[in-house]
Design a protein around this ligand. Structure first.
Ligand code: RP5
Length: 163
C-alpha cells in the first residue's frame, strides 16, 4: 500500500514555507520525500517525477510554488494521485498571484488548493495525513489526538492577554 507523501516545490526559496508541511508529516510519523522540482526551470524533471510518482510509492503529492505557480497543475496533469497545491507568498503580489495560478484549474484536472503561505503548507501536510488515515487506523488516532490537544490548548488558556 502506498504511504509516502512527496513534498515538492518550485525553488529552494520555497522551503521556508514548505517546511511546515514536513513538520506535521514528521509529527504524525508519515514517510515523505522532499525535493525541488521547477515547472519552468526543470520542466523535463517535472514530467518524469509526476509520471513515475505512482510507481515510486507516493500516495499524495504536495506541491508548493510562488508567482506564476504552474507546478501543482502541471504535476496533476501527469498523475492520477491527489495533488495538494500550496500558494507560496510572493514578494510582488503577496501570493495572490500564486493562489490564482493554482486554484483555477480547468474542469477534469483536480488540484486541492490550500491557503497562501505557512498555514497552507501546514494544512497540506495535515490533509495528506487525513487522506492516508482513511485506510490507516493508527494514523487516524494520531490525528484525533492532535485535534483534541489543539482544542484543549485553546480551552485551557482563553484569556487573550496571556500568550
Ligand atoms: C517559483 O518562483 C518558485 O516556486 C518560487 O516561489 C518563485 C521564485 O523562485 P526563486 O527565484 O526564488 O528561485 O518558481
Amino acid at each position: 500500500m502506498a504511504r509516502k507523501v512527496a513534498v515538492i516545490m518550485g525553488s529552494k526559496s520555497d522551503w521556508a514555507t514548505m517546511q511546515a508541511a514536513v513538520e506535521i508529516l514528521e509529527q504524525m510519523g508519515v514517510e515523505y520525500h522532499t525535493e525541488v522540482v521547477s515547472a519552468h526551470r526543470t520542466p523535463q524533471k517535472l514530467t518524469e517525477f509526476a509520471e513515475n510518482a505512482v510507481e515510486q510509492g507516493y500516495a499524495v503529492i504536495i506541491a508548493g510554488a510562488g508567482g506564476a505557480a504552474h507546478l501543482p497543475g502541471m504535476v496533476a496533469a501527469h498523475t492520477r494521485l491527489p495533488v495538494l497545491g500550496v500558494p507560496v507568498q510572493s514578494k510582488a503580489l503577496s501570493g495572490v498571484d500564486s493562489l490564482y495560478s493554482i486554484v483555477q484549474m480547468p474542469k477534469g484536472v483536480a488540484v486541492g488548493t490550500l491557503a497562501i503561505g505557512v498555514a497552507g503548507a501546514f494544512n497540506a501536510g495535515l490533509l495528506a495525513c487525513q487522506i492516508l488515515a482513511v485506510t490507516d487506523p493508527a494514523l487516524a488516532i494520531k490525528i484525533e489526538q492532535f485535534r483534541h490537544d489543539q482544542t484543549q490548548a485553546v480551552l485551557d488558556n482563553p484569556d487573550p492577554r496571556d500568550q
